[in-house]
Design a protein around this ligand. Structure first.
Ligand code: THU
Length: 138
């Protein structure tokens, strides 16, 4: 699975976004170490707080299936119904959820505007000096 293919999967996932309140549609594609890809989209709610980001939707789907070993995630987002014109970085809550399951030094976060315009960061870069399972002896 190339970065390009993972970005294409995120773009496809974004088509499923349920974002009637923010009108900001996000898609994510999470690559497991065994090569499996889990896609997620943001899902909003009339009560607002039950909404979930695309990244966490993908991670929770994967964990539910017994996956806990992740290599990378591709993220695309922007105003719904329009082509993506900016990079969409993960929110702080999603970064912390990544920290629960992913190695900060090696987990790759691919922010994409299109399959051929993206930048790659490690989780460590986006969440420095983090608190994780190891802090609790796990
Ligand atoms: N959102 C995501 O799904 N991922 C991000 O990285 C940033 C924000 C969603 C949450 C909400 O549904 C909408 O985008 C606007 O914040």
């Amino acid at each position: 699975m190339t970065d390009l293919e993972l970005v294409a999967a995120a773009i496809e996932a974004r088509e499923h976004s349920y974002s009637p309140y923010s009108h900001f549609a996000v898609g994510a594609a999470l690559l497991c170490s065994d090569g499996t890809v889990y896609r997620g989209c943001n899902m909003e709610n009339a009560a607002y707080s039950p909404g979930i980001c695309a990244e966490r939707a993908a991670i929770y789907k994967a964990v539910f299936d017994g996956q806990r070993d992740f290599a990378a995630i591709a993220i695309v987002g922007g105003p719904a119904g329009r082509p993506i014109s900016e990079l969409c970085a993960p929110c702080g809550v999603c970064r912390q959820v990544m920290r629960e399951f992913c190695d900060p030094a090696s987990f790759r976060i691919i922010l994409a505007q299109s399959p051929d315009a993206c930048e790659v960061h490690t989780l460590e870069e986006l969440l420095p000096l983090s608190f994780g399972p190891n802090n609790l002896g796990n």
